[in-house]
Write a protein that binds this ligand. Structure first.
Ligand SMILES: Cc1cc2nc3c(=O)[nH]c(=O)nc-3n(C[C@H](O)[C@H](O)[C@H](O)COP(=O)(O)OP(=O)(O)OC[C@H]3O[C@@H](n4cnc5c(N)ncnc54)[C@H](O)[C@@H]3O)c2cc1C
Length: 399
């Protein structure tokens, strides 16, 4: 096979799709003016299907559980292909609460997880501090959840880029301005500053929060959801960070702290959630809220250095499920709308795009993410809808 594939977007989703396509025999070019600079660069990196679980989002939970189960093998083969560490950190997650209302919320989460048959261990504050001595006295109780690991998003980006290059994927640092079709199938892409379109036999749109603008079939289906996040570095003499991811509710506000093994960034603290269009300003209030709440949980971080503040745009979909599959003209594939779970869903997304391009079988669990759910039968028009309600709970605002 020597068919040409254009992948629009070089975040974790575009890069992992490009790698799969190259392995399936496609001649692949990734177009991105700033590869690895989007949400994938700022993400916390939790792989948290269980502590993200929420009633009404069972399809997302199933997709996340499938993907998290794929992660160890995905990371192993990626590390081998790239010759660098893919960044998987296998330690689990504790979810902790401060006030009585926060504890009630965790009790509800634990009860829900039990109905799903997930193992959950309820712990007192003292028991939690025995496991994670960095937790402070304001932590009154919580739950330990096995199986929600994390990934260092920047190691992952670097490994994906390297593995793509080794697989022969080409990189073109020009923005795609339009995806063309002849009414039946895609014909190519237009590039910024380039008068003639570049031909392509298939196109994967993986441009994160910017995906909707690239083809009318995606119009209005993806929106930017801003998140601010901090990176802290432990200074000499300061308490070590926790060994696991700590998610917390502090007087009703969710915050998380993800330990990293990377030099210069020992702890990632996130994340705010706001819908302000494509604004990526880091605000004083966002930084203040994250530091205040993280310090309630891990008092020792007051001695850490604040090494980075950043904001990114999660690609939000209407129902919080991603769009992975064929949409619009023949040859057009969407791999976008991963919202707060893009890191988690990398392996299942890559497997699905790989199956669509390589003639394999799409994982059954990924059928819920088929973009056809937004397309009115026969009309080809996107179905409008109010979408998911504004998130308000721990599981909904975490990443
Ligand atoms: C603060 C924050 C914390 C998060 N924490 C987590 C977490 O803990 N766990 C988790 O699973 N997920 C998390 N996420 C979500 C996750 O980061 C995203 O779902 C994921 O990175 C989406 O990847 P992507 O490749 O689709 O998009 P992006 O990484 O945004 O990449 C899109 C790329 O497309 C490029 N692009 C845009 N327009 C064009 C164009 N016209 N032509 C060519 N290229 C274009 C951009 O330059 C960019 O590089 C978090 C997100 C944020 C913002």
């Amino acid at each position: 096979m020597n068919e040409r594939l254009a992948v629009v977007g070089g975040g974790v989703i575009g890069l992992s799709a490009a790698r799969e396509a190259a392995r399936a025999g496609w001649t692949v070019t990734v177009y991105d003016p700033a590869p690895g600079s989007g949400a994938s660069r700022v993400a916390g990196g939790m792989l948290a299907p269980v502590t993200e679980a929420w009633p009404g989002e069972e399809d997302l939970l199933a997709l996340g559980l499938d993907s998290v189960a794929r992660w160890p093998e995905f990371a192993e083969t990626l590390s081998a292909d790239a010759g660098t560490d893919a960044g998987l950190q296998p330690d689990g997650t504790v979810v902790v609460a401060t006030g009585a209302g926060d504890r009630d919320e965790l009790t509800a989460l634990a009860a829900y997880l039990k109905t799903l048959g997930r193992p959950v261990e309820s712990l007192t504050g003292r028991e939690l501090r025995r496991r994670e001595p960095a937790l402070g006295p304001d932590v009154r109780g919580g739950i330990a959840v096995p199986g929600d690991p994390s990934v260092d998003n920047r190691l992952l980006l670097a490994a994906l880029r390297r593995a793509c290059e080794r697989a022969g994927v080409l990189f073109d640092e020009r923005a795609v301005t339009a995806v063309h079709d002849d009414g039946a199938r895609v014909t190519g892409v237009s590039l910024a500053g380039e008068p003639a379109a570049v031909p392509a036999d298939a196109v994967v749109i993986a441009a994160g929060a910017w995906s909707s603008a690239l083809h009318p079939a995606l119009d209005g289906l993806i929106r930017p959801v801003k998140g601010e996040i901090l990176r802290l570095t432990r200074r000499a003499g300061a308490l070590p960070p926790p060994s696991r991811t700590v998610r917390a509710l502090v007087d009703g506000r969710p915050v998380y702290c993800v330990p990293r093994n990377a030099p210069g960034h020992d702890l990632v603290v996130g994340a705010t959630t706001a819908e302000n269009g494509f604004d990526t300003t880091v605000t004083v209030g966002g930084v203040r809220d994250l530091l205040r709440d993280a310090e309630r949980i891990l008092p020792g971080i007051a001695e850490y250095e604040l090494t980075e503040t950043a904001a990114g745009l999660r690609p939000g979909s209407r129902d919080n499920l991603p769009l992975i599959g064929r949409i619009g003209p023949e040859g057009l594939i969407a791999a976008t709308g991963h919202g707060r779970n893009g890191m988690l869903l990398v392996p299942v997304t890559a497997a699905t795009v790989g199956a669509l391009l390589g003639g394999g079988v799409v994982p059954e669990v990924a059928r819920a993410a088929d973009p056809q759910r937004f397309v009115a039968a026969g009309s080809g028009a996107a179905v409008s809808g109010a979408g998911a309600p504004a998130p308000a709970l721990l599981s909904q605002e975490g990443n």
